[in-house]
Ligand binder design. Structure first.
Ligand code: DAH
Length: 339
């Protein structure tokens, strides 16, 4: 046995291979299951007990040496490879460019992230809606100008079907289908019959918020919005609520934040007022709750709605709305973020 091991060792030390195929043949000959080294391991059981320790050691050395030798041959073959052989012909010829998220998606995701930290969940609704969910249930009187063709896209054959003009329509769907307490965000695309310019488009994006429960007050609304403004625009951001009117909230307000460009001192961006408007909000009108089958004597709630383009403009100072839908990669590539 010792002689056999020694002979094999000498043989292995002298091994040579000039190609990968030859190297593989050597591996099979010596180290595969039925290879010469492995066969010696099989013979090991016939070795008398008193020699087992010593022979076992020799066998292990042999196996290690064989493996080392084959590895050395492999390294040598590798370094002798010509440049052409080292090329990976399966790789794409173009560098693989990683995409970036669209700025509107980044901001939408950040809005969602901020509100989800205070318990808001997400729901979506259809973009093609009926009059009731977009206007009727939201307390719009029949003669309201939003119901005019000038402002809203209607389907010609059926004036009851519209492209939703705001994501407030999802409020009415959710309130009609689910029982309070509700604390939800409704992100989505909306459409308005507007001439396209740097400041208006026929479609844009909104995120609507809704909170319905017992004893919800205007103070709760203010607190949630203040938290949002500071998370989104920085902790020194101030908010200001101005009385306003929406058919579906009473009382209603519009919220301004201290101009995030000049810090409230006044600049051309905020028209030297120090404030910029970012959203509409209010306490859900009891008529709206009743229209959706919620008892307004038991429940109250607040709602707010903001334009994603508006928030994105403030955050990234994009001056022309049209850039968001032109898909110019030179513009899009500039946006990288955690969201
Ligand atoms: N739907 C309004 C719009 O599109 C925004 C809005 C205002 C939503 C007040 C609300 C709200 O939920 O309470 O201009």
């Amino acid at each position: 046995m010792r002689d056999k091991i020694q002979a094999l060792l000498t043989e292995i030390e002298g091994l040579k291979a000039s190609s990968v195929a030859e190297l593989e043949a050597l591996r099979v000959k010596y180290l595969s299951k039925k290879g010469l080294v492995s066969v010696l391991f099989n013979d090991f059981r016939d070795v008398p007990n008193e020699s087992k320790r010593e022979v076992g050691q020799l066998l292990n050395e042999l196996k290690n040496k064989a493996q080392e030798k084959l590895n050395a041959i492999k390294d040598e073959l590798g370094s002798n490879q010509s440049e052409a052989e080292k090329l990976d012909l399966t790789r794409s010829p173009e560098p693989i460019a990683l995409g970036t998220r669209h700025p509107l998606s980044l901001v939408k995701n950040e809005i969602i992230d901020i509100f989800s930290r205070i318990g808001f969940t997400i729901a979506e609704g259809p973009e093609i809606e009926d009059d009731w969910h977009v206007f009727g249930a939201l307390n719009f009187p029949p003669e309201h100008p939003a119901r005019d063709m000038q402002d809203t896209f209607f389907i010609e054959q059926n004036p009851d079907i519209v492209l939703r003009t705001h994501t407030s329509s999802v409020q009415t769907r959710i309130m009609s289908a689910q029982k309070p307490p509700l604390r939800m965000l409704f992100p989505g695309r909306v459409y308005r019959n507007e001439a396209i310019s740097y400041r208006a488009h026929c479609f844009f994006h909104q995120v609507e918020g809704l909170y319905i429960d017992k004893d919800v007050s205007f103070a709760d609304l203010k607190q949630a919005l203040m938290y949002f403004a500071k998370e989104m625009f920085g902790s020194s951001t101030q908010i200001r609520l101005r009385p306003s009117y929406f058919p579906f909230t009473e009382p209603s307000a519009e919220m301004d934040i201290s101009c995030n460009l000049c810090g409230g001192k006044g600049c051309p961006f905020c028209k030297h007022t120090g404030w910029v408007e970012i959203l509409g909000c209010g306490m859900v009108d009891p008529n709206v709750l009743e229209n959706c089958g919620i008892d307004s004597n038991v429940y109250s709630g607040y709602a707010f709605g903001m334009g994603v383009e508006r928030i994105t403009n403030l955050k990234y100072q994009v001056k022309d709305l049209r850039l968001f839908s032109e898909n110019d990669v030179r513009f899009l590539r500039q946006f990288k973020s955690a969201y």
